[in-house]
Write a protein that binds this ligand. Sequence first.
Ligand SMILES: C[S@@+](CC[C@H](N)C(=O)[O-])C[C@H]1O[C@@H](n2cnc3c(N)ncnc32)[C@H](O)[C@@H]1O
Length: 367
Amino acid sequence: MKKLFALRTVLNRSTIGRMGTTMAGGYNDSSHAQYKSHTMSLPLLRLAVDRLSHLQPPPPIFNVADFGSAGGMNSVRTMNALIPTIRPTGVPVQVSFSDLPTSDFNELITTIASDEDLQSKICGYNVVGGSFYAPVYPPSSVHLALSFVTLHWMREAPPDAGELLGGNNCLVHEVGVPPESVAAFRRIAMDGLVSFLRLRAKELVPGGEGIFSMTGGGSSDGSCTYLSAFESKRIISKSIARAVSSGSLPKDAMERAFVPLFRFTPRDIETAVGEVEELALGGIVQKTIHMAEGYPNSTLFSLFWSIHKNALKDSIFAKHNEIGEAEREMMMWHLENHAREVVDEHFTECRGARCPYMAFSVTKKTG
Ligand SMILES: C[S@@+](CC[C@H](N)C(=O)[O-])C[C@H]1O[C@@H](n2cnc3c(N)ncnc32)[C@H](O)[C@@H]1O
């Protein structure tokens, strides 16, 4: 059998019990916009692959691991561009894709298996269900670790997230969120980032490389002047307000709703990598990316909703055990309709939305 195929779904308390946000349906079809953020990492990727070509002795098989692959569309595209550059040519390349156990693995496997281009370039692939805030691969088994548009998703949110964010903020990076609240989120997000890096440091072979990206960025003094992705505050809070006033969401939805993401600055990255002795920081790149420009508003909405839906649903209903799953879905459907309306009011056709991205590379020291 040419293709080695294994689906290992790691369902245990350490992964299920942790905060993690999967993308809702629609991400694969609308996320070509996010692919632009993969391309900004290409210079880092080229340097990493070049360094890997000097690994001694050359590995008999080259293991690439992608963390947070979602439906796979963007990961597969990047693998197709990357694999032919791996030297020395002729070393078989095996790729592993992973995501949270609650992700849609049927969609991921279908995307990978139906991509003939990828299949012709690799000797095998596997798919793993597990949080990247837990061990995913055996020690010293990965040559190149990748994770695109993922590290802003926090391992866990502060227990008092609602209070910290205050009134009608759903994200920590909104105008009006007190600096001490941002600091509380940063402490928890940094713990998660350092733990992610320690885990990858164990999994990488000596001399192995990692390229990781996220929404984030900011000035070198550590402050962040973000363009709010999709002007989230206005879209989310306006949509929730409309849904509450029409009686289609619980009254406390606005206070409860939040999205557990944190956008790091370059200084945060330097600090976190500095805490992991086995790793050396390569480079950091940042770019504001204009997404979905030239596409209809429905594409922008679809991307927005696929990213935010599950986090909003989890937080809005966290303390509403009396509301069953079917009713929750119905309420989210109402919220979705309000959000679509709000997106149409805010974005003129084909204008898209701007979002800041950042990527960095690390090498596992050999000494
Ligand atoms: C915005 S999508 C990016 C998907 C893909 N890498 C891309 O570039 O289009 C973020 C992905 O990270 C995954 N994710 C979030 N938290 C995670 C965690 N703790 N462990 C593994 N994956 C996680 C989500 O399920 C989602 O698939």
